[in-house]
Design a protein around this ligand. Structure first.
Ligand code: ME8
Length: 664
């Protein structure tokens, strides 16, 4: 069986987890879940980094021993990962005996081979970073380049040194020969230029504090926190306590990290491993910063957002449960920001994605199709009849999309993967609208109506399988409503995405909308402006009748006051005349009557209505709009129409009232 080993950084326990940590961990989780779906034997690791002077200091400030502090924060990380449905296979902590043994083992192995030697290290030291800095990296007046304004200490200490310099050429060649070893391009180039400028040996032990793993043969030294930390990846893979497991999973397929720690992962770590005679990881991938108002979420900057609290808030606004909001957060983070680039967090953008993508494109397609199955077909998925209309195109599109997802995941391009899956949903919605099964049933073509419903729900099924790594809860609920007996968790690609997998005769179980739309509040700057797809929530009247439900509204826009609304003068008008406009294929020139008044109007409906079919119709117009010229036609008002996936239908009045009647 093919294996896949993916890791997140192990996070420092110097503060509570925040959305920055969740970002990396969710990304790793999606990749892990996708690879399981694709049939891989996956090992997904996360954990906590618990040693070092910073953590000792935080614990002291809180009046507890460092181990007690570490237990507390590690517990918070574990709890958050549960809430966010993180499917890690192990959680490693650097204070565990299994890990201390590995850190010591590697240190000793490198000492024996001569790659670690006793020396003196002098330099500008930042206790917060636990790093020495070179003169040309410093901030003004010998301050820390990371912690702005923090004065560094010139420190000289006896230290074990690691011969990083001896491996510069080896690593340079390795990355040149395996460009996939570091990604994306920016971090790889940064690492390459660092290597080309030459590496210096680094200190890998400290004597100034004791909260760490002692050097086994010289216990007044503790092992440098980064050597301690990086070796977590081989601890959990079983280097010392499970040889068979280690052989199966090592080297790791992907170390996912933030940009801040790419040098440690892509320079120090492969050299440590290579020097110790252990194969090096296949890939380190550095994503960008999640920011808020342009500033990085960060414990030290005090800009934090608790993803669990965010999920609770979104759940309350949607009237959904927290697990659904968690899915939305997971989806949003990986859809909104290209993985690798920095991206600003905005709750309005999250809500917009919730409404437009999840509630509308995904949830609503299911909730439109199932009731018609219920009503017209006794709730059973029908057999597929012969292909007609848009059937083949939808099937072919789904197959092409299904084949494109794993390569996108392998490139860690989560956004491209989601965009691909959305092609199925968009095409599914378009197909459903165009094939209009409710009309087909009304016309008595039951077999064709059944085929349209089959294909629509098959598109939903394929999308659901592919989306399940992002939306573990929602996908399972969609699966339940589809009524498929075989559990979603048992699905495996490529078979599970093959067209036609929806079993004929399945008893559907329509339920409540899985993503209830979130009504947004009055406009602020953060307000989502788009109302994309809002019209889709409005069912065609025949569709509502076919489904046996009332039609629903909802726009997703911010509210306006009644006074604002009163400024718009809406009136019933009668169309007296309609003609095409030479050279403007979208526009009709109308003459309309509003009470006693006759006006001309330009209307963008030429592709939807024949002029002769319009004469005599009563429509609704905005009567107090400033006149303007449209393609040479004086337009003294605007008519109202609903547009829906490219289709435009005029608004009318349900009964005979004279033209000029006010509409409110
Ligand atoms: O560096 N945006 O731990 P750490 C995106 N213990 N990602 C962010 C982020 C943000 N605003 N803030 C944090 C350490 N991260 C070491 C790692 S590994 C052997 C040792 C994520 O708690 C991102 O993955 O400072 C970053 O690399 C990591 O948290 C830093 O976590």
């Amino acid at each position: 069986m093919k294996t896949y080993y993916i890791t997140t950084p192990i996070y420092y326990v110097n503060g509570e987890p925040h959305i920055g940590h969740a970002y990396t961990t969710i990304a790793a989780d999606v990749a892990a879940r996708f690879k399981r779906l694709a049939g891989y034997d996956v090992f997904f690791l996360t954990g906590t980094d618990e040693h070092g002077i910073n953590i000792a200091r935080v614990a002291e400030r809180n009046g507890v021993p460092p181990q007690v502090w570490a237990d507390r924060i590690a517990g918070q990380f574990r709890q958050l990962w549960q809430i966010l449905h993180i499917s890690n296979d192990d959680f490693v902590r650097t204070t565990e005996p299994r890990h201390r043994a590995v850190a010591q083992h590697i240190f000793e192995r490198l000492y024996r081979s001569g790659d670690i030697y006793l020396g003196t290290y002098e330099g500008w030291y930042c206790p917060s970073c636990e790093s020495f800095y070179q003169e040309n990296d410093l901030g003004p007046d010998h301050t820390c380049p990371v912690h702005t304004g923090r004065a560094l200490e010139w420190t000289a200490e006896e230290a074990y040194m690691f011969r990083l310099s001896a491996y510069t050429d080896w690593l340079l060649r390795h990355i040149e020969e395996h460009p996939e070893a570091v990604g994306p391009d920016g971090p790889r180039n940064e690492v390459l230029s660092l290597l080309r400028s030459g590496l210096k040996d680094i200190a890998v032990s400290r004597t100034t504090f004791t909260w760490g793993v002692p050097v086994p043969f010289d216990p007044k030294h503790v092992i440098y926190v980064w050597i301690d930390a990086l070796t977590n990846y081989i601890t959990a893979a079983g280097i010392l306590d499970d040889r068979e497991k280690f052989a199966r999973y090592w080297p790791a397929d992907v170390h996912l990290v933030g940009k801040d720690i790419v040098r440690f992962h892509a320079v120090i770590w492969p050299i440590v491993l290579h020097a110790a005679g252990i194969p090096v990881p296949k890939r380190t991938f550095a994503h960008g910063w999640l920011t808020f108002g342009g500033q990085k979420f960060s414990k030290s900057l005090g800009i934090i957002l608790d993803p669990a609290a965010l999920s609770r808030e979104v759940a309350a606004e949607a009237g959904a449960d927290v697990d659904i909001a968690v899915d939305a957060v997971r989806y949003f983070l990986l859809r909104e920001i290209p993985f690798g680039a920095n991206g600003d967090f905005s709750k309005a953008a999250l809500i917009h994605r919730f409404n437009a993508d999840l509630a509308n494109d995904y949830g609503n397609l299911l909730n439109r199709a199932l009731p018609i199955v219920e009503r017209q077909l006794g709730g059973r998925i029908p057999a597929r009849g012969p292909e007609e209309g848009g059937d083949a195109a939808l099937r072919e599109l789904a197959a092409a999309v299904a084949a494109a997802i794993e390569p996108a995941i392998d490139r860690l391009d989560f956004r491209a993967a989601l965009e691909e899956i959305w092609k199925i949903l968009s095409a599914g919605n378009k197909y459903f609208d165009e094939e209009a099964p409710w009309r087909v049933f009304q016309a008595g073509h039951v077999q064709r109506g059944g085929t349209i419903l089959y294909n629509t729900l098959e598109a939903v099924r394929v999308a659901t399988v592919l989306l399940s790594p992002w939306l573990p809860t929602a996908a399972a609920r969609v699966w339940e409503q589809l009524g498929i007996d075989a559990p979603l968790a048992a699905q495996r690609l490529p078979d599970a995405a093959r067209w036609g997998g929806l079993p004929e005769g399945t008893r559907v179980r329509p339920g409540v909308p899985i993503f209830p739309r979130i009504e947004t509040r009055p406009a602020g700057r953060e307000q989502p402006t788009g109302t994309r797809g809002a019209a889709r929530a409005l069912r065609a009247p025949e569709e509502a009748a076919a489904a046996g439900t009332a039609s629903r509204g909802g726009t997703g826009m911010g509210t306006i006051s009644i006074d604002d609304f009163r400024k718009v003068e809406l009136r019933v008008a009668e169309i007296l005349e309609a003609k095409r406009v030479p050279g403007a294929d979208k526009i009709l020139e109308l003459r309309i009557k509003i009470g006693d008044e006759t006006r001309s109007l330009a209307a963008g409906i030429a592709q939807h209505y024949a002029p002769e079919a319009l004469v005599g119709r009563k429509i609704v117009v905005v009567a107090n709009l400033e006149p303007r010229r449209v393609r040479g036609v004086e337009s003294q008002g605007m008519l109202l129409a609903a547009s829906h996936d490219g289709r435009v239908v005029l608004l009318g009045v349900d009964g005979d009232v004279p033209s000029g009647t006010p509409v409110s």
